[in-house]
Ligand binder design. Structure first.
Ligand code: GLP
Length: 260
């Protein structure tokens, strides 16, 4: 695992946006894994800027969302499908239907979860998966206790996650209790995992995920099992990492050709 400590969101966005641009330049039909939440916004802004500057085209790329709320009407502004449409798709040139999320409106949700797994497989798997992390260590919506082998399925949110996400809704009661999320096992099949975190509220989750034991109680710790995982954190989010000095030294001496 590579840990990169950056000054702030703009640096994180530029670094990770650069990794996406490098991938798409060698593989124009790359498959991206998209995360929601506030943290990846810096990356989406960077991709929009690159596209606006004529440096990046996602016209042949495809993308899969990590997760989605169950119970919000289609087009609800806080649905993750709407979030990605507004924050990313509106500013780049994905082809229509190139971005998919799990069908949370299906009568048979279990079949829809299986169909989502099949769609990811049929696309050739995810090349680069963006991830945030919850204050309780969740990735996607895989809450503590999620099997490290889990697949796309329905989950119930913890109170902590509902409270964390209540800032996007008028009241806590409006935050859905149920979600569909790619499983930890699904996420681990992506070829490159890039987890972003910022702010002191994430310091405990980042330290547990990066330097703690691999455990279902901290789903983010599953990144330790992946052969190509990158963790990009700002100083406050890195503040509880024991090896922060080593990560800084490693990064400052990294050969520029190597990329993320
Ligand atoms: C939600 C999403 C996660 C995201 C997390 C953190 O729970 N399902 O994918 O990582 O929020 O969000 P933020 O980046 O806003 O802190």
């Amino acid at each position: 695992m590579e840990v990169v400590i950056v000054a702030g969101p703009d640096q994180a966005g530029e670094l990770v946006g650069g990794a996406v641009a490098a991938l798409v330049s060698t593989k124009p039909d790359a498959v991206l894994g998209l995360a929601t939440g506030s943290t990846p916004l810096a990356v989406y802004r960077d991709l929009a800027r690159r596209h606006g500057a004529g440096e990046l085209s996602l016209a042949r790329a495809r993308a899969f969302l990590l997760d989605e709320y169950v119970g919000l009407p289609t087009g609800h502004p806080q649905s993750y499908r709407s979030f990605i449409a507004h924050e990313l798709e509106a500013h780049v040139d994905f082809a229509s239907a190139a971005v998919q999320g799990p069908d949370v409106h299906a009568d048979d949700l279990l079949a829809a979860c299986d169909a989502y797994e099949a769609a990811i497989r049929a696309a050739g798997g995810v090349d680069l998966q963006l991830l945030g992390i919850g204050t309780d260590g969740h990735i996607g919506f895989n809450e503590p206790g999620s099997s490290l082998a889990s697949r796309t399925r329905i989950k119930t949110l913890t109170d902590q996650t509902r409270r964390d996400n209540a800032r996007f809704f008028a009241t806590l009661d409006e935050v859905p209790r149920h979600v569909v999320t790619q499983g930890v096992g699904t996420i681990l099949e992506a070829r490159h995992l890039v987890l972003l975190a910022s702010g002191a509220a994430k310091a405990g989750a980042v330290a547990a995920a990066v330097e703690g034991p691999v455990t279902a109680m901290v789903p983010g710790s599953a990144l330790q099992l992946h052969p190509h995982a990158t963790v990009v954190v700002d100083e406050p989010a890195a503040s509880r990492l024991r090896l922060a000095g080593y990560y800084r030294e490693t990064w400052s001496h990294k050969p520029p050709w190597q990329g993320l």
